[in-house]
Design a protein around this ligand. Structure first.
Ligand code: SF4
Length: 396
């Protein structure tokens, strides 16, 4: 068992800000006003490496540095490679740019018919409604636009985006993202969800947000009521490491779940942060304890300056193999690569099919034992050549 897996040991409370009045600490606007965003603030608490100091000086030209007090409290100040620290504190390695790295690694700009809309799959769109986040992740796929440190000059065009969705009847699913959509005020979110809800061909709304993790104080009763009014709204949160599962996050998830919001989690596989089986197993177990279904485990996109945080595909496959059969099926996320250049998400799976003959498929289970299952002979029908060809392709 991972250390501290018992819920009694999950982080909670004000930590460094214990002298702050509780009413301030619980206010999301106080948390935002008191973000840690300068080198000198960091140096008050942390013994920074030369690489981190250089990274902080460079951050305003690449992706701003900002950390909410809630998330800053999760850093282990004695550990220079703390998994929380490495996600949010810049380092000079961000200046290294590999040949394969891109500013827009998954080709979003090429699929953008109007500002803020990315329309890649026929039946769904991504709607980018802000370029701001509560804190900034050093591996962000949208580093080019988020925080506007690179002068990308992204201005959310809510009305244009809404009109595009209204006019495209093939769109049945919209994903609100950014930046972080939950940074919008209640009034704006209420308006946006109300407009989307009125579009007859839109079946449901998804939101991608790291706010519950960075700023659980944002998940207020009023916000939960807005979701309840305009549902079905599905929410994907973004937790990478078990230490991020705090009691405050759990309370936020409880509130959302009780408001009828189905919750999923998307993690990014990060080198030295969560790319080992024990850490990932602890994370997925904690997620289920918070009513959050692990959804995707992303191979980190080929983002400019991210090679120091990017793990390998083989590590991801090894983790999924270590989970499958060894824990509840609900706990296992789908490993995916968002294909460079705009190919969309491609699932990657460990191989459990070892052989296909004319009559049967040979399967290896989680213990490495082989089992056989007849091919296409259910209900007395002869083996289908089509099935055989299909599985030959799987094995190819
Ligand atoms: S919260 Fe999401 S959009 Fe914001 S910096 Fe992190 S990964 Fe990027």
């Amino acid at each position: 068992m991972y250390p501290e897996d018992s819920i009694d040991n999950w982080h909670s409370g004000q930590g460094l800000c214990s002298a702050t009045p509780e009413v301030d600490w619980s206010s999301w606007s106080w948390q935002l006003r008191n973000k840690v965003s300068t080198l000198s603030q960091l140096e008050e608490y942390l013994d920074l490496s030369e690489s981190e100091k250089e990274g902080c000086q460079f951050a305003d030209k690449k992706l701003s540095m900002a950390i909410t007090p809630h998330f800053f409290n999760l850093i282990d100040f004695r550990d220079s490679s703390c998994p929380i620290r490495r996600q949010v504190i810049p380092s000079k390695e961000e200046k290294l740019v590999g040949n394969e790295e891109l500013l827009d690694p998954v080709g979003e700009d090429a699929h953008s018919p109007v500002p803020g809309i990315v329309h890649r799959y026929p039946d769904r769109v991504l709607f980018l409604i802000t370029d701001r986040c509560a804190a900034y992740c050093r591996y962000c796929t949208r580093s080019r636009m988020v925080s506007n440190a690179q002068d990308y000059n992204f201005h959310p065009e809510l009305e244009q985006g809404l009109t595009y969705i209204e006019e495209n009847q093939s769109v049945r699913d919209v994903l609100l993202s950014g930046g972080d959509p939950l940074l919008l005020s209640d009034r704006k979110l209420d308006y946006l969800l109300q407009r989307l809800k009125k579009i007859p061909h839109l079946e449901f709304i998804r939101i991608g947000s790291r706010i519950p993790v960075f700023l659980p104080q944002r998940i207020t009763d009023d916000l939960a009521n807005i979701f309840a009014r305009h549902g079905p709204v599905w929410l994907s949160i973004h937790v990478n490491h078990p230490k991020e599962c705090t009691l405050e996050l759990k309370q936020a998830c409880d509130k959302l779940a009780l408001a009828g919001v189905p919750l999923g989690n998307q993690s990014v596989l990060l080198r030295g942060i969560n790319d080992d089986l024990e850490t990932m197993k602890s994370l997925v177990h904690r997620l289920l304890m918070m009513r959050v279904r692990p959804y995707y485990l992303y191979q980190c996109d080929l983002i400019t300056g991210s090679s120091h945080l990017r793990s390998t595909i083989s590590k991801g496959v090894e983790i999924i193999r270590g989970l499958r059969g060894h824990t509840s099926g609900y706990a296992i996320p789908q490993l995916v690569i968002d294909a460079p250049g705009g190919g969309g998400k491609v699932p990657i799976n460990p191989e459990f099919v070892t052989k296909v003959t004319d009559d049967e498929i040979h399967l290896k289970n989680f213990q490495g034992k082989t089992f056989k299952y007849p091919l296409g002979k259910e209900m007395g029908t002869p083996c289908s050549r089509d099935s055989k060809e299909l599985f030959d392709q799987i094995l190819a």
